[in-house]
Design a protein around this ligand. Structure first.
Ligand code: ADP
Ligand code: MG
Ligand code: ZN
Length: 606
């Protein structure tokens, strides 16, 4: 539309210029008097004429007294012929200075034809521009079925290799094999080995799946065709399938290469399981992917990589041999990997000497690679906002909390009373965590609002943990209840600030029984079949695979676990009130307490 307006504007401008041009030419002529042929002949007879300049059908006549006039004649006829015909004497004619200027030339055309032609030209031009606009839109519609796959990987500036991916050792090891296949396929084919076609990268969001796929192509030095599963799912049925076709067509022209289908779960969900609309479309797209993967034979050196964080929902046809039979799992990084990832992302950032990436790695268990990259980025932004030149530990710690909990909201107005309640609430969490042997040590307490939380107590395991015991869970529940119980103990009533604590405590207690088999009474089994149903978005549906009677027992057990944890927490809050008061007083004064200071106040954790 914008284009159309622009074109139209341009057109209008040209029109204006032409019109002005015309009027100028006309103007020049208006000054000269127009006379008829007879008058002209009379003037010749009277020898009044000095010279004549003939331009096509017009003659500019200059009289001896300096006056000028315009005389029209027929175009085809020459002046002499005309004058003979009118019976003018030869002698008189020869006295006139006759000059013929490119008689039938451009001016003639301009003067005579253009006025007629111009409207047609204008209309024609307008129609042309209109058509072009429509055609543009049309051709876009025609492009719809083509894949929007972006080819990259050959640009040496943006090339990523395994060096840019920290950690994920096993995954890299697996992918090195793929690199070999791409580089030296003959080596394998000669031995009769089948080159794998598909590699599926599995890992939670931000673990570097996309990055690793790109790095594989960089390492092998082959083109990389990248498309995201969600791009397949469009408004029109059939578009996805045609995009797949197009994608593979492009890839086949560029072998060896990697085709990367990001977020394949968007199309590769179990077929026939969904409710709702777009599901036919997904099925077609998925079928097309399968057809294409089966279609090219061993000699064509295309490796199809795909990534997902939901392997559980993938259609089993995708995972069959000959398709995505290689599966590479990317874990969240452990402490050493976290440090390595931080190092990679710190490469181009000026860090102060006191910055210890190890310390940051210690503080960030459970963070993904993307989170870690984000910490350094936020740190840099914060440093810039503080008008400093180098990033210090201060900014980085701040960023960790920002990434974890959302930005600090110092401006949130809280009353003195609210501040006091928050201080007791967080202090309660902290001392319960401190005095329970199986709870993680406290790293920081703060009563500054952050994200949606009014305050927070940050406690972190001393090392990365993958397994938890029942005791640890019970202590965890006790710590969660610590805030609530302290409010109750001190003020005699509770506030809404404890909602999310209670919800989490309850959910942990339930999982202990239904998922982990940690209840003595109900024994080693799970309760409830979790199944994902897709209807208007995402929804986890739990299917009850137990009786009402068991349901009652589960409820009782949940209550029992919570009671147990509550008892533990209460005892600490009552017996360590003096320590609590110390912590609260400090919190009200400084609003945050770091680990060292906390230990100074309450002693080292046993
Ligand atoms: P995913 O596709 O698994 O969701 P990405 O590959 O998009 O994750 O990762 C997002 C960003 O996180 C990457 O661009 C990179 O900056 C960073 N990142 C993640 N994992 C790593 C890693 N192992 N090494 C270096 N950077 C990483
Ligand atoms: Mg990704
Ligand atoms: Zn709380």
């Amino acid at each position: 539309m914008k284009n159309l307006i622009k074109n139209f504007g341009l057109f209008f401008l040209i029109f204006l210029i032409i019109a002005v041009g015309f009027s100028v030419i006309e103007e020049g002529k208006v000054k000269n008097e127009r006379v008829g042929i007879q008058e002209f002949v009379n003037q010749i007879e009277d020898e009044k004429i000095e010279s004549v300049v003939i331009r096509g059908g017009e003659m500019e006549v200059v009289l001896r007294d300096g006056q000028k006039e315009i005389v029209k004649k027929e175009v085809g006829q020459t002046l002499t012929e005309l004058l003979y015909d009118l019976g003018v004497e030869k002698e008189k004619i020869s006295k006139i200075n006759i000059d013929v200027k490119d008689s039938e030339g451009w001016q003639f055309w301009l003067m005579n034809i253009l006025p007629f032609l111009l409207p047609f030209l204008l209309i024609g031009g307008f129609v042309y521009f209109m058509m072009r606009g429509v055609q543009g839109a049309n051709s876009k519609a025609m492009m719809f079925g083509q894949s929007q796959a972006k080819e990259s990987g050959n640009d040496p500036n943006k090339r990523v290799t395994f060096k840019d991916v920290a950690g994920v050792k096993e995954a890299k090891e697996e992918l090195k094999e793929i690199v070999e296949f791409l580089k030296f396929p003959k080596k394998f084919l000669d031995l009769g080995a089948k080159i794998p076609k598909g590699v599926l990268l599995l890992g939670s969001p931000g673990t570097g799946k996309t990055l690793l796929a790109r790095a594989t192509s960089g390492e092998a030095g082959v083109p990389f065709f990248h498309i995201s599963g969600s791009e397949f799912v469009e408004m029109f049925v059939g578009v996805g399938a045609s995009r797949v076709r197009d994608l593979f067509k492009k890839a086949k022209k560029n072998t060896p290469c990697i085709v990367f289908i990001d977020e394949i779960d968007a199309v590769g969900r179990k077929r026939g399981a969904g409710l709702g609309g777009s599901h036919d479309e997904r099925e077609q797209t998925l079928n097309q992917i399968l057809v294409e993967m089966d279609g090219f034979d061993q000699n064509i050196n295309i490796i199809v990589m795909a990534a997902t964080n939901r392997p559980d929902v993938l259609d089993s046809a995708l995972l069959r041999p000959g398709r995505f039979d290689r599966q590479v799992v990317l874990d969240n990084p452990d402490i050493a990997d976290r440090e390595a990832i931080l190092k990679i992302h710190a490469r181009k950032k000026p860090l102060a000497k006191d910055v210890s990436l190890r310390k940051i790695a210690e503080r960030t268990p459970g963070f993904s690679g993307a989170d870690l990259a984000n910490i350094l980025n936020e740190g840099a932004i914060l440093t810039a906002r503080r008008n400093k030149k180098i990033i210090t530990m201060d900014e980085l710690f701040e960023s960790i909390e920002k990434v974890m909990l959302g930005p600090e909201r110092k401006s949130r107005v809280i009353t003195v009373k609210e501040k006091k309640i928050t201080a007791y609430h967080e202090g309660g969490h902290a001392i319960v965590a401190h005095f329970l042997p199986n709870a993680d040590p406290v790293h920081k307490i703060s009563i500054i609002a952050r994200g949606r939380a009014g305050g927070y107590t940050l406690k972190l395991p001393t090392e990365d943990k993958h397994m938890y015991t029942k005791r640890e869970y019970i202590d965890e529940i006790a710590v969660l209840l610590g805030g609530y119980l302290t409010e109750k103990e001190i003020f005699g009533e509770v506030t809404t600030g404890a909602t999310s604590d209670l919800r989490r405590a309850t959910s942990i207690a339930r999982r202990l029984i239904t998922d982990y088999g940690m209840s003595e009474k109900l024994g080693p089994r799970t309760f409830g079949e979790k199944e994902e149903m897709i209807f208007l978005g995402r929804e986890i549906h739990e299917q009850k695979d137990y009786s009402e009677k068991i349901a009652e027992q589960i409820d009782e057990e949940i209550a029992g676990f919570i009671k147990l944890a509550e008892g533990k927490a209460k005892e600490i809050i009552k017996s360590k009130k003096d320590v609590l008061e110390k912590v609260v007083a400090r919190l009200l004064k400084t609003e945050t307490i770091e680990r060292e200071e906390f230990e100074h106040l309450v002693g080292k954790k046993k």
